[in-house]
Every structure is written in C-alpha cells, then in structure tokens.
Design a protein around this ligand. Structure first.
Ligand SMILES: [Cu+2]
Length: 684
C-alpha cells in the first residue's frame, strides 16, 4: 500500500468502477470483494493488519465501516453508534467520549498515537473534535484489557488514525468535494480533500467548514446556545525513501468559534488547535522486525470561554485556557517465528496546562485566579505485548506497560495558590503498572471465544489534582483538586464469544471491572463557594472501591447479497462502595439498521431505542431519564458523470419528531427533532 513499487498500471475507468463497487459493498463487509485497488481498499488492508492487538477488532471495524458510509455523519455520530462508546453531551459540539462508561482521565484519546490534552477546565474540547471523518483513516478502539498499550489507563484507548497521502494516480490531482445541508440546525457542511503524487512524493490536503445554527428540538422549540462554527484543515506530505521506508509530515489545524453549550453557563468564544508531527515508517515482511515507526509531535490549544451572549448573568467572567504538549513515540512489531510475535512501544510526552478566571464584579476590582495553576506533566512509558500461537486453535497474548509520570507546579503564582490548602508540596512522581493476559480459543470453524484478565492503573488528571473551584453545572458544585490523591486501580475480566458463518457474525462480550481508590468528588462543607448560586464545594477524594460491569453485543447479518442488517446492544451498570449507582451510565440501548442496496442505489432504515434509566446518582446531579425510540431513514445514489463519481445521500433522522434526551445529556437539554439532510459528493 502506498509504495509505488506495488502499484499496477490501472486505468481510470477501472479505478472508478472499483470505487463504485467498494462504496456499495460497504468496505469490509464482503470478504469476497478482494482485491479492490482503490484508495479505500488500502485502508481495509491496513485495518486487517492491525487486528493483532485487540480482541474485538474485526467486528468492530465492520461496524465502523458500516456507520461511516453515511457521509453526513460527524465523527461523534460514528462513535456514538459503537457499542463500547457513549458520549457525554454538554452541547451539540465537543461531546466527551467514554469507553464502557470510563471517561476523562480513565481513558486515552489519541490522535494518530499522539497525546493531546484539552485546554478547557469544563471539558468542552475532547480530542475527538480535531478529526473530521474526511481526515480519518480508521478508528482503533481498545477496551479495558488491551487498552493500556499506548498509555496507562483503566478504561481503554480511542486512537484516531489520520488519513495518509497515497501514490495512486501519479501526477494527477485527485480528490473529493462534498457539500451538505441539514434542516434541524440549518447547518452547512462543506469539505474537500485533494491528493497529488509525483515520483517519491505524495501530498494530501483537506479542509472542512461547518456552520450550525441553533437547532430545533422534537417539539419545535429552538434550543438556544446550540450553534457552532468551525473550520478544520490538514496537510500531509509523504516521501517514499525506499521500497520499505517512508517519511511523513502532518499538520492539522482546527478553529472553532461561537460554540454554544446549552447545558453550561458559558459558551466558547474561540478554540484553536495546532497539531504537527514528523514520522518515519518501515515495513519489511521478511524481516524479524517487520514493522517499525517513530514519531515526534507537538500540539497547542488555545481556548477562551465566553459568557457575553448569555442573558442575566450575575457577573461577567473571562476564562481562558492553554494546553501545550510535545512528545515522541516508537512502535515495533517483531515476528520471532511462525508462532510468536512481539509488539513494543516506547513513548514520552510533556504537557503544560494553565487556565485562569477573572471575575468582574460591578463596582469592585476584577478578581483573578488560576483554575488550573500552571502545571507540567511528564510521562515516560514502555509497553510490550507477546503473542503466542499455542496451536492452531489457541492463542495467548500477554501485555504489560509501565509509566513514570511526574507532575509539577511550574510558577510561583501556581505554588502560592495551591499552598492555600496547606499542601507543603503539590509535586509528585508515580510509577504506574499494567498487566493483562488474553486467551483466544477457536472452538470450531464458526465459534471463537476469548477471555482476559487485567490489572491497570491511571494517574489523576490535572483537574483532580490542582483544579481550583471548577464549577460543575450538572450537580451545581465547585470542585477543588487534591494533589495527594492516590492513583486509581482496576482489576478487570472480559469474556467474549463470536459466532461466524458465511458473511455473518454475532458477537457478545461481558466485562467486569473492580476499581480501587476510585476518584470522585465529595462535599466538603468547610469550604465556601466561589461561583454565585453554587450548591457547595466538593473535593476530589479516593473512595476505597467501585465496580463497573456490562455487556455489548453486535450482529452483522447478510441474508441476501443486497441486504445488510447491523444491530448493536449495550448495557452497563456501576456502583460505588456504598452500593450507590455510579453516575453517567447509559441504560440498555439498541441500534438496528437494515440497508438494501441493489446496484447503485441504497436505502437504509435505522431504529434507535434506549430504556429508562433509573439507576441514578442524585448527588452527582442526575435524575431519571425516560426511554425513547427513534426511526431514521437514509438514501444513497451513485452515478458516474463525465468520468466523475457522483454520490448523493439524503435522509430523515428522528422521523416522528420525538422530543427526547439521552441519560448522558447534561441539563436534560432535548436533542434535535426531525432532521432532513442532503449530502452531495463528487470524486475528482
Ligand atoms: Cu471551555
């Protein structure tokens, strides 16, 4: 893939035909479709190559490919349909991802292997906002027992791999231009991506513009402060050094402004991210070290919240935040012999964070404080996974990782402020350890089961250590950090069964996690509130125990060549040491899609249903969420006009205009009502 040496001369017509076939075969869905030479098929090949590291890869990739076929979907919409992922929603934009209900500092959210820390104390900017589907090569989601390979974490990893330039169609500009409109938020989506290659060089550029107005909910009401506007742009250059080696430079920028968060008391004035990396990749299947890559990177985020558009605010505040990270990592895959493989990773990163708040009380001097006192986190880690094919049916994987993490306050102002709470030193060094064992057994041609156990640890976040009166609008408390927190630990087990026949697949997973030194906020009545109208102050502490367990299931069924049925189900439950439910856990949820696509036309019906959630944590500001069911319909049509593939997609989401919200939606803000969309794409 990508290497000029492996390209056959192919006519434009054949490429076009193949892309068409591919578009309608839903990428990874039909295993009989190989080999297809196109930009997208190289993705699938790559996807297959990464299957070694996780338990659930093949089914998961099929799901991702299925949901990606909807051109109007944002990355967040694709993520939300995966059974392992749920999204905590504070606004239309910047939803916070969680894996099996683990979130924030419990999981890694990586952009192409790079660490990025949001610059917002209110979590308005998870790293998932920086990748548009147009930039995305693939999504790698690793759940608990395999989830710490690229960073100590108890809940897993989401890695968004950035699309690479390719060497197809040398000396010719190729690409895709698309344009879309949605009625619920009168939103426009414009994007373009271009590819050009010459000799040993290949270049790729992409740009996306999104403009969303306030959307209307199911009862026709306008949801104020739900608008947003952003541009996202990327540029990649790839240099093929020799048959097995290439170098790559990636630049990515994302500028959002006027972003509303209806569930929060403030919006975003602007949010800017700059992400850059340089990497080298080597691949030689005949060598012991058959795959190797190294990358250096840096990123910077500027975030500024804005309350000037809100009516009746008691006091105006300025709340900017900054995040800067640089780092490097190297990954290698070794084939020791026919039966043994070794995956190695070494990485290091350094993150600087600072956020402040200035309060303008009428008639008084402005009051300034650091909400994230200037701090730096340095992280150095190594991980290894050993894969052993014991016999033709039994496979063992042992993975381990250790991280040395230091946290330091880096300005006198920061130290002075944290010392108010009587901590002589707020600096810390921690050594984190993670270990897992996974056994996969092929019981028959059709049935495969896997079982794994893992121990993992995670470091508290900057907010949990140093946060200074961070207001949480869901429970109405100001939160204060605690530099003396213990690391959070988890012991987990995972059981998974897969049944395969022809092109069909059923998968079921069950997991159980026992958490120790679980980090949460509890009321500390010795502090008085800072935020006007706050209910009180909570301090982050460790509670001895908590547990999270649940199941996920997916069915991928092809009853006829033109029909695909995809259904996912999930259920998670969690409780603390006193038996109270943990907050922010989705109830039972099912999504079922039926897609019919004879030739170049497709129609898809999609049903989404969630049960009532009454396992709630009142102290965390939760209330009971009623169940809901939704129906969506989607159409697609492809044709070739003047040698260009034209794709037209349209649909109606929430056909019956239901007024509903999910349990993870802060403030019970209703989600969009009936939404009609149209999406047009032309392949150059
Ligand atoms: Cu913010």
């Amino acid at each position: 893939m990508g290497s000029p040496t492996c390209l056959n001369p192919i006519t434009m017509k054949k490429v076009l035909a193949n892309i068409l076939v591919l578009t309608f075969s839903l990428a990874g869905f039909s295993q009989t479709q190989q080999p297809v030479i196109s930009e997208d098929s190289s993705r699938i090949v790559e996807l297959k190559e990464v299957t070694v590291t996780t338990i659930q890869k093949p089914a998961q990739q099929q799901l991702i490919n299925f949901f990606r076929a909807n051109n109007s979907a944002t990355l967040e919409e694709i993520l939300s349909r995966l059974p392992e992922i749920s999204l905590l929603r504070r606004g239309t934009y910047g939803m916070e991802p969680s894996i099996r209900s683990f979130t924030g500092g419990q999981i890694n959210v990586l952009v192409d292997g790079m660490r990025i820390h949001g610059a917002c104390t209110d979590k308005m900017d998870p790293a998932t906002i920086y990748i548009e589907p147009i930039n995305l090569e693939n999504l790698q989601i690793q759940t608990a027992t395999a989830g710490f390979m690229s960073g100590s974490a108890i809940g897993g990893t989401i890695n968004m791999k950035i699309a690479e330039p390719d060497f197809l169609d040398a000396n010719k500009v190729t690409g895709v231009i698309s344009s879309g409109f949605q009625t619920a938020a009168k939103s426009f989506y414009e994007s373009a991506r271009l590819n050009y290659s010459t000799g040993r060089w290949a270049f790729r550029a992409s740009g996306t513009y999104r403009n969303n107005k306030n959307y209307r909910s199911g009862d026709g009401e306008e949801v104020n402060f739900s608008q947003y506007e952003k541009i996202n742009y990327s540029f990649s250059a790839k240099y093929q050094y020799d048959q097995n080696t290439y170098l790559k430079a990636d630049l990515l920028g994302d500028d959002g402004w006027n972003i509303g968060y209806p569930a929060l008391p403030m919006d975003v004035g602007y949010a800017k991210a700059r992400i850059a990396s340089l990497s080298i990749h080597r691949e030689n299947p005949s060598k012991l070290l058959y795959k190797w890559q190294a990358k250096i990177y840096g990123n910077k985020i500027d975030h500024a919240m804005d309350d000037t558009k809100r009516p009746n605010i008691p006091m105006h505040m300025d709340m900017p935040g900054w995040s800067k990270t640089y780092g490097a990592y190297s990954e290698a895959e070794l084939k020791i012999n026919q039966k043994q493989r070794l995956l190695l990773r070494a990485d290091g990163s350094s993150t600087f964070l600072k956020a402040s708040m200035t309060m303008y009380q009428p008639g008084e001097l402005p009051m300034y404080m650091l909400t994230w006192p200037d701090n730096r986190k340095n992280q150095y880690g190594i991980s290894a996974a050993w894969l052993l094919q014991i016999d033709s049916t039994l496979k063992l994987q042992v993975s381990g990782r250790t991280d040395l993490i230091t946290y330091n306050l880096v300005s006198q102002e920061a130290k002075d402020q944290v010392s108010i709470f009587g901590y002589p030193s707020a600096n810390r060094n921690d050594l984190l350890k993670n270990l897992s064992v996974l056994l996969t057994k092929k019981i028959s041609q059709k049935i495969k089961i896997s079982a794994s156990i893992a121990y993992s640890e995670r470091i508290p976040t900057a907010s949990e250590l140093y946060g200074f009166y961070l207001f949480n609008s869901n429970d109405g408390y100001d939160y204060i950090g605690n530099p003396k927190l213990n690391i959070e630990k988890s012991l987990q087990a995972d059981l998974s069964a897969m049944y395969n026949w022809k092109n069909n697949r059923v998968q079921l997973s069950y997991f159980y996690s026992s958490l120790f030194d679980y980090i949460t906020g509890i009321i500390n009545s010795s502090f008085s509130t800072m935020t006007i109208g706050a209910n009180g102050v909570k301090e982050f502490i460790n509670i001895p125990e908590a547990s999270v367990s649940g199941m996920e299931g997916s069915v991928i069924f092809k009853p006829a060549p033109a029909i695909d049925v995809v259904s996912t189900i999930r259920y998670t439950t969690g409780k603390d040491n006193k038996g109270n439910p943990l907050p922010f856990i989705l109830p039972l949820k099912n999504t079922t899609s039926v897609r019919y696509q004879p030739k170049n036309f497709s129609v898809q019906l999609e049903a989404e249903a969630a049960s009532k959630q009454d396992h709630i944590n009142i102290e965390a500001g939760e209330d009971i969420t009623t169940g809901y069911s939704l129906l969506h319909i989607r159409f697609g049509y492809n044709t070739i006009i003047f040698k260009n593939i034209i794709e037209l997609q349209g649909g109606v989401e929430n056909i019956f205009d239901r007024k509903y919200h999910e349990h993870l939606d802060w403030g019970n803000i209703p989600r969009p009502g009936r939404n009609m969309y149209i999406q047009f794409r032309i392949h150059l």
